[in-house]
Design a protein around this ligand. Structure first.
Ligand SMILES: C[S@@+](CC[C@H](N)C(=O)[O-])C[C@H]1O[C@@H](n2cnc3c(N)ncnc32)[C@H](O)[C@@H]1O
Length: 210
């Protein structure tokens, strides 16, 4: 763990859970979860060599900031993390994370190319996604996955945590089958963590007809 470990602002899990529940009541299919991810899920997502080695990380759907803080706690001192969140209610929580390596954007995951440019960031080595692919219209889900694949550095890793398996179907077109799939049972609800690696060959052989 690096010496710049980011801390979530002084808000308890239950305080953040209340914010998530309130936002979920307004937009259930967008927020997709009634409470923030557990520490078990956060550890399983962030405690990885690819995160420790990354120079640029994108956190898609960071919610109240649990994933961003967990990633920053593992990432190196010279890493930059761009958190892109669509739900306006979570932005205050995210911006309260006091860490110079973090940039927060209220926006859509599909815009990641433009947002990386705005922040002068290089192609991410790691993209972490909590985007609820199962509840998105198919065309939107495909556009987001296409943007993730196009922007990820060659050799980069996509880490997606999901309840349902639709994300794997969308990823298959661009990345092929997942490299790993791991259930995190103590999370509420239990989630799967999928990982894919963008290989040079996958990048050059993927045909995109859109
Ligand atoms: C399952 S929650 C994950 C929240 C948080 N990372 C956690 O682990 O507790 C999914 C998040 O994705 C956000 N989201 C949904 N669609 C999005 C999109 N198209 N672009 C960016 N964020 C999106 C939701 O607002 C929500 O915060």
């Amino acid at each position: 763990m690096n010496t710049h470990a980011a801390k979530l602002p002084n808000r308890s899990f239950w305080h953040r859970a209340a914010a998530v529940l309130t936002a979920w009541l307004k937009a259930p299919s967008q927020v997709a979860s009634v409470c923030p991810s557990s520490r078990w899920l956060l550890r399983a997502v962030a405690d990885r060599e690819c995160v420790r080695q990354a120079k640029t990380i994108v956190d898609l759907g960071p919610g109240t900031g649990g994933t961003s803080a967990a990633l920053l706690a593992q990432a190196g001192g010279d890493c930059r993390l761009l958190a892109i969140e669509k739900t306006a209610e979570f932005i205050h929580s995210l911006r309260a994370i006091d860490d110079p390596r973090l940039d927060v954007e209220l926006g859509d995951a599909a815009e990641m190319e433009r947002l990386l440019l705005v922040h002068g960031m290089t192609a991410p080595d790691v993209v972490v996604s909590g985007i609820p692919f199962s509840s998105l219209p198919a065309d939107t889900a495909r556009q987001i996955m296409k943007a993730v694949h196009r922007n990820l550095a060659d050799g980069g890793t996509l880490i997606a945590y999901q309840l349902r398996g639709d994300v794997a179907n969308y990823a298959a077109e661009f990345f092929g089958p997942p490299e790993t799939v791991q259930w995190v049972w103590p999370n509420l609800p239990p989630l799967r963590i999928y990982t894919w690696r963008k290989s040079d060959s996958a990048a050059s052989t993927t045909t995109d007809h859109s």
